[in-house]
Design a protein around this ligand. Structure first.
Ligand code: FES
Ligand code: FES
Length: 179
């Protein structure tokens, strides 16, 4: 019989009690056990950053993290940025840049943005570059993501945190184009 370890996790605001094998990676728990498929596996060895999620508010490579080490932790994936029917300011800002191409890296970049803007709403250009350097975008959307961080900070400073998803979808092509 495979030995399991009991782990209490809060993921996107919901509490889970899981019995998992000690060698299960966080990325597998999130994607395959809990269904949070925004978490992407690229390299599987800590290089690409596609698997980044926030653990207790800080970015963590979920491909290099064993879930069994996280008892009591709080985890955020992109699914937890906004409730059903809403979009977070960060998601809207990323949409406004129209910079997303294949989208594989985008969840990680959104979460890096969240962690940075939780720290400061006035990051320097250098700080933004440093935070975004934690993940790789093979499509080369860095320039747009940089602008998205600035735009998201603007929204958050004005207290605009959640947007109606239907309204955003309806007006997507009327939104200012951040280029
Ligand atoms: S999949 Fe984790 S760093 Fe590439
Ligand atoms: S948008 Fe394709 S990898 Fe970043």
């Amino acid at each position: 019989m495979v030995e399991t370890i009991r782990v209490n996790l809060k993921v996107n605001g919901k509490q889970y009690v899981l019995d998992i094998p000690p060698d299960e990676r966080l990325i597998d728990t999130l994607r395959y056990r809990l269904g949070f498929t925004s978490v992407k596996e690229g390299c599987g060895r800590g290089e690409c950053g596609s698997c980044i999620v926030l653990v207790n508010g800080l970015p963590r490579h979920s491909c290099l993290t064993l879930t069994a080490t996280l008892d009591g932790a709080e985890i955020l994936t992109v699914e937890g940025l906004a409730p059903e029917g809403k979009l977070h300011a960060i998601q809207v800002a990323f949409l406004e840049t129209r910079g997303v191409q294949c989208g594989f890296c985008t969840p990680a970049f959104m979460l890096l943005t969240k962690a940075l803007l939780d720290k400061t709403l006035d990051p320097s250009d250098e700080e933004i570059k440093q935070w975004l350097a934690s993940a790789i975008c093979r499509c080369g959307s860095y320039h747009y993501y940089f602008k998205a961080v600035r735009k998201a900070a603007e929204y958050l400073k004005k207290g605009k945190i959640l947007f109606d998803e239907k309204e955003v979808r309806k007006n997507l092509y009327k939104l200012p184009l951040l280029r």
